[in-house]
Design a protein around this ligand. Sequence first.
Ligand code: 4NP
Length: 584
Amino acid sequence: MQARSISDIMRELESLVSIELYATRAIRGESLLVSALREGQLNIYLYSDGTLTRVNRGIVSNYTVKTYNPSRVVIARDVAKGRELHKLYIVDLDEPGVEKPVEDMEPLRVLGLVDTGDMIVFSGATMQGNGLYITDGSETRKVKDLPGFAMVTDSDGRHAVGVGALDPLQPSMFQLFLVDLETGDMKVHKPREGSVFHARITSRGIVYVNARSEDSKLMLLDPGSMEARELELPYSDLSEYKPVMITYLDEAPDGRLVVVAGRDGRSRVFVDGKSIPGPEGLYASALLDGDRVIATYTSLRTPTRVIEISSGETRVVLAGRTPDWLEQALSGIDYVYVDSFDGERVPTFILYSGRTGRPGPTVVLVHGGPFAADMDAWSVMAASLAILGFHVVMPNYRGSVGYGERWRNKIIGDVCGGELEDVVSAARWASDNGVANRLYIMGYSYGGFMTMCALTRKPGVFKAGVAGASVVDWVEMYELSDAAFRSFIDMLFPGMKEERKTRSPISYVDNLQEPLCIIHPQNDSRTPLKPVLRFMMEALEKGKRYEAHIIPDMGHAVNTVDDIVKILLPAILFLKRLEESQEG
Ligand code: 4NP
């Protein structure tokens, strides 16, 4: 590793986390509505004539806006110092910066948020239950208790649709629910195979994504019979492409259907089924403005930005400035399938650092979720490790999304099992293939859990680990969780109470050998601190080596540049110190 001083590293980290990131969310007349990591936090802006006008004032935990000609934005904001109890605020887009609170709602964990223009329909959880709510801004009422881990995804003011793991007997299946907002009557649609995601109410009817074992399809649901058939589109590119993941689904005012679909961590935009050519990478959203497509584009080496695609030409609309050393520091990307213990193959991204040799020190960076994925998309964590001089290996262990329902479902009932083998297999692959000479592991949330699992169940594989917002004890975590996350844990451990203990790192503190860096938000309500403190006490009594960084006034969500730094800095100093003691 090139010798660089702490102050050099701090300066580079500072410029890395300050790179502005832009995503497009709506079109309003001549303006674009964008979200941006800018001015130190995630904000919403109106963009026109080269000028950004900020819409929100405080922190944005979550928000919703109609995609075409919206008159307002609805913001969900944590009001409990990071505990993820949200209240709603409405901003009229004619009066940017003026937030009107929805007064009569109790704070809850908002998991689904939709604005019809007149009504806000939202779903969220308290300790007691998960519910579907409707408000006009002054009067809020609960329409329906929601079973299981479920959230609203769309509404036309009369009905709400949503998705959820509604049936405890089929924990791996996300189903569609349709609720009459007047009467609260709920109907459920179970797909013939696989799961339902992204249910939307369009002019064609209810359209949803049916993720199946090996592919994804668009389906059209008849709300009368609750039967679905495959949606037909004017062009056949999308169906011929046979997408494995469909990550975005929206209808333009003229009825054209905009879809982002992909596989292997990369995607493209389809309009009415026709493929829109653009640079290789990942698209997060897309809007239509006549013949122009305005899209959010990113790759592992390209910070998230807004681009325009028009007659085959691509133009950058809004992008942050990148430091000139970045391109050389992030020197390349690989994507491989790693053989795991049972013959399965683990899709894995590698971001190569230009600041070390091959082989060089390597961090296996494990994503959270577990229903998420590492893709060819900007990751400030991966990029910071690479500028520090570590190659970064990112395995999409079983349980990851984007590889079909078969792969996602394999983690259910086998937590800290096959997926840990996948992570370890990716580490061994890196050693055996000239990438890694020393291996570290790091992750946040479910990725922090994987770090804890690796160090307690697979000692000897990694030199050290960084566990951010980790899970160490599913038993105590269940007791501390709200209704939605209790359902989530039930889904991961279907009918398996004993395993909550046997699959918890706190049951294996004795095995801990390598240095551990614990980083944990004090007010985390998703992965609470309390079990981690018990883990630390036990590790202390057993003479284990660890350091711990408890971050006050912060919860699970990372909303500001300061939050990113609070999480990243201890990790970076820990890894750098260890790596320096290994050299020479
Ligand atoms: P994350 O981790 O999704 O990566 O933030 C988890 C947090 C909570 C639960 C599972 C994973 N849970 O089951 O409560």
